[in-house]
Design a protein around this ligand. Structure first.
Ligand code: AMP
Ligand code: MG
Length: 410
């Protein structure tokens, strides 16, 4: 039987509880090719085996020269010099520059010893045997100096870095073919509800398409976990427990959806409440008030409410930051920004509200209402608008904090 939740927590209290629960759920490290490391969390410090640039090279297509030879060139008094060498990118045997000569040089090619300026081809006649130079940049121009970006032996990427495209590029640039990353926590996702039918199947009266497991699995993967979705179960305690127990063996975390509120047939609460290792409670927030967290057979479990918006928001507020903290990401939270409300809003006293919004410039427009069933509005949103517990109404133009959760781009 369901019992009314007796415990009431603040958002921060439940967040801290979930973070502590998940702290140990990151299962070690593995070495992967850099090409396969996008989105992973670095588990080692990557030290630059070479400096960058690796060697002093040209920033322009032009002529490597001695400034003392070319610095005075003008349209009226051009400088004519012999072109001693042709230096394309990739040439490995570049001779030093003799006084009174230039090397034709391409972007990225090694600058010869003795050169202290690159004259861009646009300031010349482009000659290949002799070149006429009609102006010169300042001494030292268009040289990319060895090590000016990063010195050999210095820290390129610290452990905890989330490897996006630019970070992968740096790892490759300093010569890494593989990196040691955190293993992705294996996260089971299980939806509950006797009304649920797989998308693509016809609906009988009273039935709906199951969607939370897709949302949660995608959110787990995006947070750095590896989701495995179990086939949803009806509101049947035995079926729920046997499904969970049949799958826990190689899981680091279980996330359930539905069956945790105050009604009858609250399957998750009924099944896990009896174990004594999962606590069900109310969090002072909207949506997503009913929550639960604990362990099943030693595996951490977070039980999210079934309303689709509640389930999404609860994942964002509690599970995502906890998972990322467990992975060692130094800033596990989504970025937050101040924004101006396009219109007024009201909010219940005593609960932190997370409304769905669309950010445009510095202004946020609410999409849909507070209803936690409004999945179309959720899909149009890209931020959560945070309304503090004590605030009950705000006029248009008020400053609010928004959390950038990302959304469908358009
Ligand atoms: P519950 O938390 O189980 O009481 O469910 C609350 C509401 O969310 C009900 O309207 C359910 O039909 C709906 N719901 C629960 N689970 C899902 C799911 N997996 N996919 C879509 N809607 C759901
Ligand atoms: Mg249900």
């Amino acid at each position: 039987m369901s019992t009314p939740a007796k415990v009431r927590r603040t958002v921060e209290e439940h967040r801290a509880a979930v973070t502590a629960l998940l702290a140990g759920c990151s299962p070690g490290t593995e070495e992967v090719p850099v090409a396969a490391a996008a989105g992973r969390v670095l588990a080692e410090d990557v030290v630059a085996a070479v400096g960058l640039p690796v060697f002093t090279n040209s920033a322009m297509d032009g002529y490597a020269a001695r400034w003392s030879d070319v610095g005075a060139a003008t349209d009226g008094a051009p400088v004519r010099l012999p072109v001693a060498e042709d230096v394309p990118a990739g040439r490995t045997d570049v001779p030093a520059l003799a006084p009174g000569t230039v090397h034709r040089i391409m972007t990225g090619a090694p600058v010869p010893d003795g050169a202290d300026v690159v004259v861009p081809v646009e300031a010349t006649d482009g000659g290949t045997d002799r070149v006429t130079i009609t102006s010169s940049p300042a001494a030292g121009s268009f040289l990319r100096h060895a090590g000016e970006d990063i010195a050999a032996g210095s820290l390129a990427l610290p452990a905890g870095t989330v490897l996006g495209p630019a970070q992968l590029g740096l790892a490759a640039s300093v010569g890494r073919a593989s990196v040691v990353v955190r293993r992705r926590p294996r996260v089971l996702v299980l939806s509950t509800g006797s009304e649920l039918v797989a998308p693509g199947e016809p609906l009988r009266p009273g039935q709906i398409h199951e969607s939370n497991s897709l949302v949660l699995a995608a959110a787990v993967d995006a947070a750095g976990g590896e989701a495995r979705t179990l086939h949803f179960v009806p509101d049947d305690v035995d079926q729920f427990l046997s499904t969970v127990r049949g799958a826990l063996a190689d899981a680091d975390l279980l996330i359930t959806s539905g069956g945790v509120s105050m009604g009858a047939y609250e399957v998750v609460k009924d099944a896990l409440g009896a174990l004594g290792t999962v606590q069900f409670l109310a969090v002072a927030m909207q949506p997503g008030g009913p929550q639960g967290a604990g362990t099943v057979d030693g595996v951490p479990v977070v039980t999210l409410p079934g309303n689709p918006v509640s389930s999404f928001v609860s994942f964002e507020v509690f599970v995502r930051p906890a998972l990322r903290a467990a992975l060692g990401v130094p800033r596990p939270d989504r970025p937050r920004l101040p924004a101006r409300l396009a219109g007024p809003l009201t909010s219940p006293a005593g609960r932190r509200q997370f409304l769905r919004g669309r950010l445009d410039g510095g202004t946020v427009e609410l999409v849909g209402g507070a209803g936690s069933h409004l999945v179309a509005s959720l899909a149009r949103s890209d931020v959560l608008v945070v309304v503090p517990e004590e605030v009950t109404e705000l006029p248009a133009g008020s400053e609010v904090e928004v959390v950038l959760v990302g959304g469908g781009e358009r």
